[in-house]
Design a protein around this ligand. Structure first.
Ligand code: FEO
Length: 404
C-alpha cells in the first residue's frame, strides 16, 4: 500500500495487485493493476471507493489509514462511485467493523449495496449534483456518469482541491510501484501506461464510448486540477491529458481511428497464412504501420487493444467445417460485444473441400458498421495469380487507411 498526499487533507492510497488471476475473470494483468482509494478529511471523514479482498489489499488499506491516525471505525462516510467488486468486494467486512458509517452512492448503487451485500441501513442515495459537507471547507459533490463503467456509476468532486474522483473513468491497467502521480513517471513509463490505458479502455470501457463522451461533457465545466481514477496514476500535472486521451479513445468507435492496420489471422495448415503474407507485402509497400495477432494463440485482450485503435483490419481465416475458423468466430463475437466499429476491413482465406467462411463471416459482422472491402478466397494453395491479387488488396487497404 502506498499513501500520497493530493492536497491538504486529501489522500490517495493505492494497492498494486500482482496476480496471475484475470481482471474481471477475463483480462490478463501480467503487469498488475492498482486499486485506488481516497480519503478526504474535514470535520467528518469520507473514504472514497473501497477494495476487493485481493492479495492483501484490505490489510494494506488499513495500514495506510493507520499511518494517518485513522481507524476503520473513524470513517463517517463511505462513498461508492461504482459497485463492481474490485471496489466493493470488502464492503461486508467494512460494514461489520464500522456499523455507523453512512454508505453513499447513486439510487442504483444503493439498491446494489442491498442486493449484493444484504446491507439495508445506514445508506444514503444521492441525486445528481447533490453535495455532502464534511466541514473545514471540504464538500463533496456527486455527478451521475452512467455506464462508465456500469449503470449505477457516479463521480465525486472535491472543489477545494479541484479533485475529480472519477472511478473507472480515466483508469488504466499496470501496477504503479511506489510512484503515484503523473509527474513522477518517466517518459518511458508513460509510454507503458499509455498502452495499458488503451488496453484497459478497449477491454473494459469500449462498449460504453457514447457514455464516456457524455460523461466528459457533463464534467467539462468543473475547474479540474486533479484527476483521481480508481485504477492507475493520479493526474495532477496534466489532468487534461488523460481526459483528452479518453475522448480520443471514445472517438475510435466511430472511425476512422489511427492510421494503422491490425492483422488478425488463423491458419490450419499454412494456406491462409501464405495468402496473408502477400497482403502484408502490400501493406508494407505502402508504409502503413500494422500489428499482427494470431488466433487462438494470442489473448483477445491484446487483439482488442490493437483492433480498437486501428482504422483498418485484415481478418484472415480458413473455412472450417462449412464456417469460419472457430477462433476467429469468437474474436468477431467479442468485437461485436466491445463495439469494434467504424473499421475498414479486408477479409481473406482459403478453403479446402468446400467453402462456408464467407457466408458465416458476413452474418457475424452484421451491425458492426464496417466498410467491408470485397473478400478474397481461394481453393487450396493460393496460385501465383491469387498471391498477386492479394498483394494488390493489401496495397488498396493501406491506401484507404492512409487517406482516411
Ligand atoms: Fe474498476 Fe468497473 O470496476
Amino acid at each position: 500500500m502506498n499513501m500520497h498526499v493530493i492536497a491538504d487533507a486529501v489522500f490517495y492510497i493505492h494497492t498494486d495487485i500482482q496476480t496471475t488471476e484475470f481482471f474481471e475473470g477475463i483480462w490478463p494483468i501480467p503487469e498488475g493493476v492498482s486499486l485506488n482509494t481516497y480519503l478526504v478529511k474535514g470535520d467528518k471523514i469520507a473514504l472514497i471507493d473501497l477494495v476487493r479482498d485481493w492479495n492483501d489489499a484490505p490489510k494494506q488499506l488499513e495500514e495506510a489509514l493507520a499511518s494517518l491516525g485513522i481507524g476503520l471505525g473513524d470513517v463517517d462516510y463511505l462513498i461508492l462511485n461504482h459497485l463492481e467488486p474490485d471496489h466493493t468486494g470488502w464492503l461486508r467486512e467494512f460494514r461489520d467493523r464500522n456499523p455507523r458509517a453512512e454508505i453513499v452512492s447513486t439510487v442504483k448503487g444503493i439498491n446494489l449495496v442491498s442486493s449484493f451485500f444484504n446491507i439495508h441501513t445506514g445508506l444514503r442515495a444521492v441525486k445528481d449534483g447533490e453535495t455532502l459537507d464534511l466541514g473545514k471547507g471540504k464538500t463533496l459533490a456527486f455527478f451521475e456518469t452512467p455506464n462508465i463503467h456500469w449503470p449505477e456509476t457516479m463521480v465525486t468532486w472535491e472543489a477545494a482541491s479541484g479533485t475529480l474522483f472519477s472511478c473507472d473513468a480515466f483508469g488504466s491497467f499496470g501496477a504503479l510501484g511506489t510512484k503515484g502521480f503523473d509527474e513522477d513517471f518517466t517518459e518511458e513509463e508513460h509510454r507503458f501506461f499509455e498502452g495499458e490505458s488503451l488496453r484497459y479502455y478497449a477491454n473494459i470501457v469500449s462498449s460504453f464510448s457514447t457514455f464516456v463522451e457524455r460523461g466528459i461533457k457533463k464534467i467539462s465545466g468543473l475547474p479540474i486540477t486533479c484527476v483521481a481514477p480508481s485504477h492507475g496514476m493520479v493526474w495532477r500535472k496534466e489532468p487534461q491529458k488523460i481526459m483528452d486521451r479518453y475522448l480520443r479513445y471514445a472517438a475510435y468507435a466511430k472511425g476512422p481511428a489511427e492510421k494503422e492496420i491490425a492483422v488478425i489471422w488463423g491458419s490450419m495448415y499454412g494456406n491462409t497464412k501464405r495468402g496473408l503474407d502477400a497482403v502484408i507485402h502490400g501493406i508494407e509497400a505502402e508504409g502503413v504501420p500494422y500489428s499482427i495477432h494470431r488466433v487462438p494463440d494470442e489473448h483477445i485482450s491484446y487483439i482488442l487493444q490493437d483492433a480498437y485503435k486501428s482504422s483498418g483490419l485484415v481478418l484472415a481465416m480458413p473455412t472450417y467445417e462449412y464456417a469460419m475458423f472457430p477462433p476467429m468466430a469468437w474474436v468477431l463475437d467479442i468485437f461485436r460485444r466491445k463495439h469494434i466499429t467504424g473499421k475498414t476491413v479486408l477479409r481473406i482465406g482459403s478453403w479446402g473441400w468446400v467453402g462456408g467462411a464467407k457466408k458465416d463471416y458476413e452474418q457475424a459482422i452484421e451491425g458492426l458498421k464496417w466498410n467491408s472491402l470485397e473478400s478474397q478466397e481461394w481453393a487450396g494453395a493460393a496460385s501465383a495469380a491469387d498471391l498477386t491479387a492479394l498483394e494488390v488488396r493489401g496495397r488498396d487497404l493501406a491506401r484507404i487507411i492512409k487517406d482516411a
